[in-house]
Ligand binder design. Structure first.
Ligand code: NAD
Length: 463
């Protein structure tokens, strides 16, 4: 048995956003920490998710800028996309970030154990490392093994014609045509990338809207913008069958209509990576594969916590960070507050971006709030005009009370939602936000204008 360097105060299984944030914070609080990872540190977010996709989305934005240059009086031409060069740029961003993270963990004194771990009791993880088995003993264990793409029953993903986002990220060509199954976040982001790169794209979504969990007016704005960009979509559509052919793939929808394309991207959600961890043997309860936790991320075993995509909370890297920090602080004897998941900002980085925080109007009604709402059209915002973007900022507030939700569509609104986060989480009144002076000319003025209108003193608003 290889020496682990333990015993430890905390042993974290999984080095993605939730796991490494927990390891860093626990080390900062003076605990001895081991972090077990079988692959590359940084998990899905850094290696197969947030970071590489946002690099592709930025390349897509550059392509659109070149295409639209004449609109701003600049002579440029879009000549095409060199996918190997796009990947080289993306991979450099990823490898630099992984290197930075590895250095940071080492500098904070976290022991990194490379290999595949499995629970060996309430305070131990057995790790198969290249050098042989290692037993990591810890007073506390934190499970953070993340999630992986899932398919539909009877729809095999061959990685060639039918692919997951993992394969989409390394595709060495721009496909002529793609069908995207699932109009959630992954679906709309890849649809946006491929369209900007020149592909014909059709999204097939089972529910009545793209991004169906967002405020319906945001979904409708996105649908309008996608239609203008030539992205096709089938809403409320059920897939009856998928056939791969010599040249591509054919999808049959309920009713018998067929769609054909070179590729099918399956983006119908991600499932927790909980199989093979020895959870049941250790007494860790699960539900539909997710590890069950309370508001403090405690599992059914007192020494074991779980964070990130492995638990049934929003599958977002920043949620993983927050949960990892919460667990480290709890184990370190502090008294962290439980996370208000409604107050977590959500962003789809497609073109245009869709961002929100707090409640949708339907959720507000379900919870018995009497609401008032204002939609400020970006057409009235000079900076948005300069950028040539269309969209809106919608603010929902309790009648006579606090702001309950903020929903935005438009270029760069992902950066604007951070103000919405402060407004929502500090339970601000529209009149309080209306007092704050927003710098001119910025897109952030649209946030100020919406609150001015809600406070009864609209400025740049007709009617
Ligand atoms: P998702 O749950 O966001 O979207 C899946 C979509 O597929 C849903 O709209 C659903 O209605 C649809 N769907 C399900 N079954 C279908 C069927 N049979 N036919 C047609 N449509 C069907 O999942 P995702 O887009 O795969 O993303 C997985 C997770 O990763 C999500 O939790 C997401 O939030 C997260 N993620 C976040 C970001 C971001 O924050 N920018 C980016 C990528 C992924």
């Amino acid at each position: 048995m290889v020496d682990s360097g333990g015993p430890f105060d905390v042993v974290v299984l999984g080095g993605g956003s939730g796991g490494y944030a927990c390891a860093l914070r626990a080390a900062e609080l003076g605990m001895r920490v081991a972090l077990i990872e079988r692959d590359t540190l940084g998990g899905t977010c850094l290696n197969r998710g947030c970071i590489p996709t946002k690099a592709l989305l930025h390349a897509a934005e550059v392509a659109e800028t070149a295409r639209r240059a004449a609109r701003f009086g600049v002579r440029a031409s879009f000549e095409g996309v060199d996918m190997p060069a796009v990947h080289a740029y993306k991979d450099k961003v990823v490898s630099g970030t992984v290197k930075g993270l590895t250095g940071l963990l080492r500098a904070k004194g976290v022991t990194i154990v490379e290999g595949e771990g499995r629970l060996a009791g309430p305070t131990a993880v057995q790790v198969a490392t290249p050098a042989g088995p290692v037993r990591c003993e810890g007073r506390h264990l934190v499970l953070a093994t993340g999630s992986a793409p899932r398919s539909l029953p009877g729809l095999p993903v061959d990685g060639e014609r039918v692919i997951f986002s993992d394969q989409a990220l390394t595709l060495q060509r721009v496909p002529a045509s793609v069908i995207v199954l699932g109009g959630g976040v992954i679906g709309v982001e890849f649809a946006s990338i491929w369209r900007s790169f020149g592909a014909e794209v059709t999204i097939v979504e089972a529910l009545p809207h793209l991004l169906p969990m967002e405020e319906p007016s945001s979904s409708r704005r996105l649908e309008r913008a996608f239609r203008k960009r030539g992205i096709a979509f089938e809403l409320g559509a059920r897939v009856e069958g998928v056939k791969t052919t010599e040249t591509g793939v054919t999808v049959t929808l309920a009713g018998g209509r067929t769609l054909a394309a070179e590729l099918l991207l399956v983006a119908v959600g991600r499932a927790p990576c909980s199989a093979g961890l020895g959870l049941a043997e250790a007494g860790v309860r699960t539900e539909r594969g997710f590890v069950e936790v309370d508001r403090y991320c405690r599992t059914s075993v007192p020494t074991i916590s779980a964070v990130g995509d492995l638990i049934a909370t929003p599958q977002l890297a920043h949620v993983g960070f927050a949960e990892g920090i919460l667990v480290a602080e709890r184990l370190g004897g502090l008294s962290p507050a439980p996370i208000d998941y409604d107050g977590v900002p959500r962003i789809a980085y497609c073109d245009p971006e869709v961002a929100s925080v707090g409640l949708t109007s339907a959720q507000a009604a379900e919870r018995g709030h009497q609401i008032m709402q204002v939609t400020y059209d970006l057409a009235g915002n000079p900076k948005s005009k300069i950028l040539g973007t269309q969209g809106e900022v919608k603010v929902i507030a309790e009648r006579g009370g606090r702001v309950l939700g903020i929903h935005m569509v438009g270029a760069r609104v992902g950066e604007l939602i951070t103000e919405g986060q402060l407004i929502y989480n500090w339970e601000a009144l529209p009149s309080e936000v209306a007092q704050l002076i927003h710098p001119h000319p910025t897109q952030s003025e649209a946030v100020g204008e919406a609150h001015l209108a809600l406070a009864g003193k609209p400025l740049h608003v007709h009617g």
